[in-house]
Design a protein around this ligand. Structure first.
Ligand code: ATP
Ligand code: MG
Length: 573
């Protein structure tokens, strides 16, 4: 493709709207443009990358025995009501009415639609196992769409759904998908790790997330340095390791803590460790309120809390609610004398002696508060995030933490959906049995964005070869006939050699062309200029290393296709 014929609006400056590297670089290199919050147009170059990721996914899904179909974006409320998710899904589900006042939603995922297809079309055990997949646009009305394609509201997902006769069969399909995901992300050139994960709004019995390792990742991964355990912190169980505190109970006392609201401020003011303070957090789920006690050096885990309460949405209560329930402004809530609200606490709170808690009075805390003597807890549970130094739930040493971007997710669903929607098949004895399901998602745009997070420098993107929008960026410098002719010849030769070439044929300064080429990040740059042509050579630059090689123009196509063979995507056989 010639740059002069392509919409490729590169930007010199970082756009103000972007916070992460991948978002900045995808905007700057003219891959995407925002239409509304979390909703993007893929420009021609961006779409090429999306299509490459899709091709790799498609090849590996087909190879693993999944069959492609395409389900609609809009789905009728009736199906969602059958599984209860019409109400349970919360605000991420974008609902609307058609002209006949019938309720619909934009599909955030497709368990309901595929299970409906299965129950209508599949009868016999002889037809199983089955695995269907699609690559399709999803809509989730995310509370905080951000980071470009990383967390959009409208985004492209590959989703697959397997149906088996029994749990053992489902496990085989799960493993096939797990292995296919390993091949997909390896072929995309990513450094990643599969970790145990929470099943979230999809539900089911067990799951793994595929995490691209990157400091800018939104997810925290905990893993044992010496063993094999790795999990999303949302999921990682905390093995109660607190040794009972055998301090004698001291007398409860109220102390003035003027304007000291956060745990850090209170602990600093009272000259105590964070672990001597217990924070009381008020959460709201719809109209329901709950108080949650967590030790000051620990972080509350929302997913564990949601699971305990069986709710899909949970937010910290606003200042007015806090004041109404506790009688004090935010920062001074505590369990002593707190009435009319359910109080749950993390296990670590149980053994903590003589702790500091809010006194439900402005600018006041209690010191030497003790569970049972001074306050009541309705339920103890594992409610905190695992952290570095905790014992690994895998019984294999202590945990470390790192950051990751979730690009894929595989779930064992069991019979959650087949039961709700009566998706059955007849076994050899003619008995009706529930199909056992699995589901498997990959964010296509998020995978592309994660690749940028992992592969860039201060000049721009360094695309992994298999998903690069073009393999070669051909730069012709100056407008002389000799240069144009040589570039045109090279352009054809590259294409004949099976290399995708972008020819910057614009009437622009060399510096502009070099900068754009580095920004766009094709693996090879080929520079055709008057000077080199004097002895029939061109300059080839490897984007990743910056290495420059002088090559006779006539040999470029052959040399680059040889070089590419080692990088190129050979995993599919
Ligand atoms: P997250 O926790 O990041 O919201 P999720 O657990 O809700 O993700 P799944 O329901 O497992 O995501 O969806 C499958 C895949 O779709 C994810 O692994 C991710 O790659 C992608 N995905 C999910 N939400 C988004 C989004 N808002 N924007 C882009 N990709 C997304
Ligand atoms: Mg989500």
């Amino acid at each position: 493709m010639r740059t002069s014929e392509l919409l490729l609006p590169t930007l010199r400056e970082d756009p103000g709207e972007a916070e992460t590297i991948s978002h900045k670089l995808m905007l700057r290199s003219g891959l995407i443009r925002k239409v509304a919050a979390g909703i993007y147009t893929y420009l021609p170059l961006g779409l090429r990358i999306i299509r490459k990721v899709e091709t790799i996914i498609r090849e590996e899904m087909n190879r693993a025995g999944a069959q492609e179909l395409l389900m609609p974006v809009a789905s009728p409320a009736e199906l969602w009501k059958e599984t209860g998710r019409w109400n349970f899904y919360g605000k991420e589900l974008l609902r609307f009415k058609d002209r006949h006042e019938r309720d619909f939603c934009l599909g955030p995922t497709h368990e309901e639609v595929i299970t409906d297809l299965f129950r209508r079309e599949v009868r016999s055990y002889r037809q199983l196992p089955l695995n269907f997949y699609q690559i399709q646009t999803k809509f989730r009305d995310e509370i905080r769409p951000r980071f470009g394609l990383m967390r959009g509201r409208e985004f492209i997902m590959k989703d697959a759904y397997s149906f088996d006769r029994d749990e053992a069969g489902a496990r085989v399909n799960y493993q096939k998908m797990y292995d296919a995901y390993h091949r997909i992300f390896t072929r995309c050139g990513l450094t990643f790790r599969a970790v145990e994960a929470d099943t979230g709004l999809i539900g089911g019995t067990s799951s793994h997330e595929f995490m691209v390792l990157a400091d800018t990742g939104e997810e925290t991964i905990v893993y044992s340095e010496t063993g094999t355990y790795a999990a999303n912190v949302e999921r990682a169980e905390v093995r109660s390791s607190e040794t009972p505190d055998d301090q004698a109970m001291q007398q409860l006392q109220s102390v003035q803590t003027p304007n000291r609201k956060s745990v850090e401020e209170v602990a600093g003011f009272l000259k105590m460790g964070l672990d001597r303070v217990v924070k009381t957090l008020l959460y709201a789920s719809g109209k329901d309120l709950i108080a949650v006690l967590i030790r000051g050096d620990h972080e509350a885990n929302h997913v564990k809390l949601q699971r305990l309460l069986g709710v899909a949405e949970l937010e910290l209560a606003g200042p007015a609610t806090v004041e109404k329930v506790t009688g004090a402004p935010v920062g001074f809530a505590g369990p002593v004398g707190l009435k009319g609200i359910r109080i749950v606490a993390d296990h670590a709170v149980k053994s903590a002696r003589n702790v500091v808690v809010g006194a439900n009075q402005a600018d006041t805390h209690y010191v030497n508060a003790n569970y049972e003597r001074d306050f009541h807890i309705d339920q103890f549970a594992d409610l905190r995030n695992a952290k570095a130094g905790d014992l690994s739930p895998g019984n294999d040493g202590v945990l470390k933490t790192t950051k990751g971007i979730e690009v894929g997710h595989v779930f064992m669903l069991g019979t959650k959906y087949s039961e709700a929607m009566k998706a059955t098949y007849l076994d050899p004895a003619g008995k009706e049995c529930l199909a056992v399901m699995g589901c498997y998602g990959i964010g296509v745009g998020r995978t592309a964005a994660a690749a940028v997070e992992q592969n860039h420098d201060d000049k721009g993107i360094i695309w992994p070869y298999p998903i690069a929008p073009f393999h070669v960026h051909l730069l012709s410098l100056g407008q002389s006939a000799a240069v144009s002719e040589a570039a045109s010849r090279l352009y054809s030769e590259l294409q004949r050699a099976g290399l995708e070439a972008l020819w910057d044929d614009r009437d622009e300064r060399a510096g502009v062309k070099f900068n754009d080429a580095d920004l766009i990040g094709a693996p090879y740059q080929v520079v055709v200029g008057e000077k080199g042509l004097a002895d029939g050579s061109v300059e080839v630059k490897l984007r990743k290393t910056g290495e420059k090689i002088k090559i006779p123009a006539s040999e470029v196509a052959v040399r680059l296709s040889q070089l590419s063979a080692s990088f190129s995507d050979t995993a599919c056989s």
